[in-house]
Design a protein around this ligand. Structure first.
Ligand SMILES: [Zn+2]
Length: 255
């Protein structure tokens, strides 16, 4: 190495050291990166069912379940985005895995998770809205006098695995489902609304109050026509949104 090379190498080392120090200073002094996860607004995750090759139920000229659910989810997004951080599990025509949908809610640290579907039945008269909260046979009371369910009953069930995360939120989810059902009952005319528990797979791993809303039967000609109508979907969107807002205004204040 000649003198010129030595000087050149020394200069490079000096510049590298300077750059390293500067980057260290920058890393130390830079303001925290703002991320969605750090947003002070509570998050709500909306899950439009199906998507992509999975069209869900078909309603003839009314369209298919995947499109109706996505339209409704986008309407709910617009209703709530000024107050909450809204995350959709999909915002286009593709199929997230079931696990991914729940994982999105958990990673978003959502305050509530709402999955949207329509119903379909071989019985053409089957109709109405059903709001589901998670329920599991292992969590049912063992006797009529034993009303212990949900978090209170978990101690006897051993460790809670991730796929049973919802078990800790059964009472909150039941309350949320009741409020969604109540709002929909008040806002919809001539549409029966049922609230019930069921072992709904997409809710099982949700680490927050969670519900699935089946907004009507595409196999029912009149309901299929209604669900094709954007004005009707707007009513559903406003009703579900106001119910979630009412739930969160109570739930978040009591935490
Ligand atoms: Zn569905």
């Amino acid at each position: 190495m000649n003198t010129l090379q030595t000087r050149y190498t020394a200069s490079c080392i000096f510049l590298i050291a300077l750059a390293t120090a500067a980057s260290g200073w920058w890393l130390f002094c830079r303001p925290p990166v703002s991320s969605a996860a750090e947003s002070p607004r509570p998050a709500i995750v909306i899950d439009p069912g199906h998507g992509g090759n999975d069209s869900g139920a078909a309603g003839g000229s009314a369209g298919v379940e995947k499109d109706i659910c996505l339209t409704l989810a986008q309407m709910i997004y617009i209703e709530l985005e000024s107050t909450y951080r809204i995350v959709l599990t999909r915002n286009a025509d593709y199929t997230p895995e079931l696990f991914t949908r729940t994982q999105t809610a958990n990673q978003s640290k959502a305050s509530t998770f709402v999955s949207l579907h329509t119903g379909a039945s071989v019985q053409p008269h089957a109709n109405g809205v059903t709001v589901f909260y998670y329920s599991h046979p292992a969590l049912r009371p063992s006797s009529p006098s034993d009303t212990t369910t949900g978090a209170e009953g978990l101690n006897s069930l051993g460790p809670t695995h991730w796929e049973h995360a919802q078990w800790r939120y059964l009472s909150g989810s039941q309350k949320l489902a009741g409020m969604v059902g109540e709002h929909l009952s008040n806002d919809l005319t001539d549409v029966p609304v049922t609230v019930q528990g069921a072992p709904v797979a997409v809710l099982a791993g949700a680490n927050m109050p969670a519900v699935m809303v089946e907004i009507g039967y595409l196999s029912h000609p009149k309901e299929a026509r209604n669900l094709k109508n954007r004005d009707t979907l707007e009513v559903y969107a406003k009703s579900i949104s106001s119910a979630v807002q009412a739930f969160l205004s109570q739930h978040l204040n009591t935490e």
